[in-house]
Design a protein around this ligand. Sequence first.
Ligand SMILES: [Zn+2]
Length: 64
Amino acid sequence: MPARDFFHSVERIGPVQIGTTRSRRTGQTVHAAVCTAERCGWSANYGTRTAAQLAARTHRCRVR
Ligand SMILES: [Zn+2]
């Protein structure tokens, strides 16, 4: 799982992992939500942790 290498403060909500990372370009903190389910591949970046958590909770995996 390559995501683990650059994430810190990883949190898990269901199959979705939320990691905080820093954009190398802007230096801003980015909250990335990534679904760890195989064959799902969903991921998205958010400006706030709350938004990432909400997205993780509402994410519906196609593979279950
Ligand atoms: Zn998923």
